[in-house]
Design a protein around this ligand. Structure first.
Ligand SMILES: Nc1ncnc2c1ncn2[C@@H]1O[C@H](COP(=O)(O)OP(=O)(O)OP(=O)(O)O)[C@@H](O)[C@H]1O
Ligand SMILES: [Mg+2]
Length: 347
């Protein structure tokens, strides 16, 4: 892994100003993406995963959103300081995004080929014929057979998996340095999901792009990611190498996620939901935002009063925001006994 991150999110805070008050969707979030690596972002619905990456792309609507703090560094610039016009140049060429549902991001009244041609032509001055040749080649690369004919078809004439491949072709059209995939395969059936993700992995490996993969599927994280960011209520509660996160988790929320969500890689089978629900971001609890649901903290005063900082856990680069992460073994053992599965490998 290279020493220099491609993309560096530093201390990012994003609020939404709503009629009911100010909602802190992303709160002092920092993470990096290095060349060629895939960073997985996990966390329950509403934890700020999408808002953070939308802000990276300059797609957060301001208002109602307001960027309260932070920097997003890409190639020596702070993206938060760029004009709309400058950001348009960054989007697509340097950072591209694959969305959850291609039907909402592909234009239904334009042929697939024309849309990929345009993605090519936005950033490179080439003739229509040259752009089309490149589009055919891109579709071919992403495994769409009969690419020339597919180019003349409209999105509704393609299957879901093929549309998602066309989206990836569009995203890769300009060999972006960073690829952001937000739940890219949720709308697809399982076998097509695997193919699309494999494709994402091989294309980014070829270009050494860095990838941010947002998913609820811990199995996919285990399979595809190098590092993992765990988000809870707008903050990063744990981050580290994928093996550290799976084998020596240091935050009780991460342990809870592993016990509550299915994993492709584990022979788990009994699942244990995390009690309660995520806090209201309009009225977050004092202290650690996870404390009302935490069995490890068990209502201890420090957890109720003091927000834990993200600090170094065991191995290098592994961070966790828990006052009692040294006691995590007790929580892991409890979950293992309840679910009958093995989470930790360091006993
Ligand atoms: N335009 C908006 N106006 C007000 N609040 C918003 C807006 N967009 C997002 N939010 C709030 O910001 C918080 C974070 O949302 P975000 O979409 O980032 O969650 P997420 O982690 O991506 O969830 P999911 O897994 O469901 O996609 C949520 O509480 C959401 O309601
Ligand atoms: Mg989301």
């Amino acid at each position: 892994m290279s020493d220099e991150p491609l993309l560096s999110i530093r201390d990012l805070s994003v609020d939404f100003h709503t009629p009911d008050g100010v909602l802190s969707a992303v709160d002092h979030v920092s993470y990096d993406v290095y060349p060629g690596e895939t960073v997985g972002v996990v966390g329950e619905s509403g934890s700020g995963k999408s808002v953070a990456v939308q802000t990276v792309l300059g797609l957060t609507p301001t208002p109602p959103a307001r960027i309260r703090s932070g920097e997003i560094r890409l190639g020596g610039r702070d993206l938060l300081q760029l004009s709309q016009r400058q950001m348009r140049r960054v989007r697509g060429r340097e950072i591209a995004m694959v969305f959850q549902d291609p039907m909402t991001s592909l234009n239904p009244v334009m042929t697939v080929g024309r849309q990929i041609d345009e993605a090519v032509q936005v950033h490179t001055a080439v003739s229509d014929d040259e752009a089309r040749a490149r589009s055919v080649e891109l579709l071919h690369t992403v495994g769409v057979g009969d690419a020339e004919r597919r180019c003349t078809q409209y999105p509704h004439e393609l299957s879901g998996g093929m549309r998602q491949r066309a989206m990836i072709a569009m995203a890769m059209a300009n060999q972006p340095r960073v690829l952001i995939a937000d739940e890219p395969t949720t709308a697809l059936d399982v076998t097509i999901q695997a193919q699309v993700l494999e494709l994402l992995e091989t294309t980014t490996a070829q270009t050494q792009a860095g990838t941010i993969l947002i998913t609820h599927d811990l199995g996919l994280i285990a399979e595809l990611c190098d590092r993992v960011i765990v988000m809870y209520a707008g903050t990063v509660v744990e981050s580290g190498d994928v093996t550290a996160i799976f084998h020596t988790p240091r935050h009780p929320y991460t342990v809870g996620l592993m016990a509550s969500l299915p994993r492709l890689d584990a022979a788990v089978q009994r699942l244990e939901p995390i009690p309660g629900s995520p806090p209201s971001l309009l009225h977050p609890p004092p202290g650690c935002s996870f404390h009302p649901r935490c069995r490890l903290g068990a209502g201890r005063e420090r957890c109720r009063q003091e927000a834990p900082a993200l600090r170094s856990a065991d191995t290098c680069g592994h961070l966790a925001a828990c006052h009692y992460s040294e006691e995590i073994h007790a929580e892991i053992s409890r979950v293992e006994a309840t679910t009958g599965s093995r989470l930790s490998q360091d006993g």
